[in-house]
Ligand binder design. Sequence first.
Ligand code: 8YV
Length: 321
Amino acid sequence: MKKNVVVFNRLAPDLVDRLAASFNVVQLASSADLPEALAAGPVHGLIGAGWQLGRTQLAAAVGLEVVSSISVGYDNYDLDYLNECGVLLTNTPDVLTETTADLAVTLMLSAARRIVELDGWLRAGNWRGALGPEHFGCDMYGKTLGIIGLGNIGAAIARRGRFGFGMRVLYTSNSPKPALEQELGAAFRDMDTLLSESDFVCVVVPLNEHTHRLIGQRELGLMKSSAILVNVARGPILDEAALVEALSTGQIRAAGLDVYEQEPLADSPLFGLNNLVCVPHIGSATHETRRAMAELAVQNLEQALLGETPLHMVNPQVRAV
Ligand code: 8YV
């Protein structure tokens, strides 16, 4: 008897066909369609990304065994509820590490060299002759890079900074990283010291109860006025209103954001800031990487529903029960 799978996010047709070879597959276009899909009968597997899934959304689910997320972050899932119900959550780490690190460096450089601001200035016909200091950016080469969260993505960013831009690397993390200290000459700093010493601060920690609003008015006040802040992790790690104030008053030089307190972001005081580079959560959004993530998520789902052990389990303990 084929198990039932609901796809709650766009999946390439060939991957839907791959799932259909082993399972009964239903594709949903909107989270509003989930209750009807769950009411129609047992759903053994869910696959997708970007939807809040927890007690409210899944209370009516019958027979759910696995949620296969096409993402590395999993803060949008109520893990306690999934654990309570014995539902396995899988994710897609590693395949997006380098792509996300590339974006972080792109945001650092774009903010430092005022790329977006000066692109608009040029397109508006303002270029009349040699530029003066009012249009200068700042160097990244040889500066100090502070990484908040030295996991796989943080380490990839640190390698780019160290070996690509000759930067001094500082980091703060829950645990020391001796191998990276040796490889990169990275030095551990407590958060406040890292913020005060860094020219570029990169936020790469997962969102959880400990990191929510980790960077607020006090922390921004510790940063150099010449410093640049980049966030490629999750929006709620920053106090966005405090960041608007810091950027508006020149408390910090600039910022680059890929993530926001509310997504999608349609209107925000952030948009009035010319010392901010903002992009719409594109950390992993390349053709190659999103394909690799989707393939890995399909594999995780297949393994979970066909009695094998998925490669990337967030809560493996539920399988042991
Ligand atoms: C995902 C991300 O593409 O993997 C993550 O955690 O933030 C992105 O790379 C995004 O979550 C999809 O909605």
